[in-house]
Design a protein around this ligand. Structure first.
Ligand SMILES: [Fe+2]
Length: 313
């Protein structure tokens, strides 16, 4: 049986990707940001998930204003990096896990969450920056298959925090009904407080952000009652991205172990937040067996074979 062993919350600031891609990680301004993820990379290297589900938002890269699905699940075998205006980021193509993604789509839709199934999609910094921060710079390939879940937080109305939290629970149920023995880590990305334009451009509210992280860890149900207007008022127009963290949190146990947290301001004009939460029953991922590692390698080989032979699934 597959299981969700941990959740990762991480900002996905595009300038972080640009700093990585342009060799600026040792500059003092950026070193402050990247040093906060050193322990996270060690944790991820120990955890070695078989699959990562990454909840993020598309920034007009895969979807234009013509079509904006509320929840779009990537069911393809691979997701190329998007051209965000300066060419695609120089990172590997993200390999998917079509079998698990299709299973999640079926389970969640039959549980009355009307996901959009996406069989062809490019992914932008919203997905690739958190992968970089947690997995480090990849050589030829990302270390595990990734299932992207794109959420609309760019055009009103985005989903409510409560809806996101309940979707997380449905995703967990879906994962736990998948017969293969896989360890899954789920990412919630975006935020924290920031506003890109208008009279309040540059807004950062550290006090509100830190209370959000406290509640995410200890009392997530409290966060599900925050209305959109409060995110906008307290965390800025783009702070609404934080609802995506509630999908990640909903997929975890009610009580979790917070194993790491990092917060710094600013990066670009955004507050950077990061948290790692482990499920207490299953989160001792660093103790995973050699057999589990072999399964992870086999899963990646299977995906590579499928892509080479051109089979969609
Ligand atoms: Fe974003």
């Amino acid at each position: 049986m597959a299981k969700i062993i941990a959740g990762v919350g991480s900002s996905h600031v595009p300038a972080i990707g640009a700093a990585l891609d342009n060799g600026k990680t040792e500059e003092p301004y950026w070193k402050r940001v990247f040093s906060g993820f050193e322990k996270s990379k060690e944790w991820m290297a120990r955890t070695r998930p078989d699959v990562a589900i990454v909840v993020y938002n598309d920034h007009a890269s895969a979807f234009s204003v013509d079509v904006i699905p509320t929840f779009a699940l990537g069911c393809a075998a691979e997701f190329p990096p998007a051209d965000e205006g300066w060419g695609p980021r120089p990172v590997p193509v993200v390999k998917g896990h079509p079998e698990l993604a299709a299973h999640i789509a079926q389970s969640v839709i039959l549980d009355e969450f009307d996901l959009t199934i996406v069989n062809k999609m490019e992914v932008d910094h919203g997905l690739t920056v958190p992968l970089n921060l947690l997995f480090g710079p990849p050589r030829d390939a990302w270390p595990c298959p990734v299932i992207p879940l794109a959420v609309n937080v760019v055009m009103f109305p985005p989903p409510t925090g409560h809806r996101c939290y309940m979707l997380g629970k449905a995703i967990r149920k879906a994962v736990e009904s998948y017969p293969e023995d896989l360890n899954v880590v789920i990412f919630g990305t975006g935020g924290l407080s920031h506003q890109i334009s208008g009279p309040r451009a540059g807004l950062i509210n550290s006090k509100w952000d830190k209370a959000f992280l406290d509640n995410l860890s200890k009392d997530p149900k409290k966060l599900t009652r925050i209305p959109h207007v409060e995110y906008m008022r307290e965390a800025g127009a783009e702070g609404i991205e934080m609802v995506m963290w509630l999908i990640m949190r909903g997929a975890l146990d009610d009580k979790v172990e917070e194993v790491y947290r990092f917060y710094t301001v600013p990066a670009s004009n955004t507050a950077v937040g990061h948290i790692i939460l482990e499920n207490r029953r299953t989160g001792a991922a660093h103790k995973r067996s050699a057999a589990g590692k072999a399964r992870a390698a086999a899963a990646l080989r299977k995906v590579a074979r499928r892509i080479t032979t051109g089979r969609a699934r």
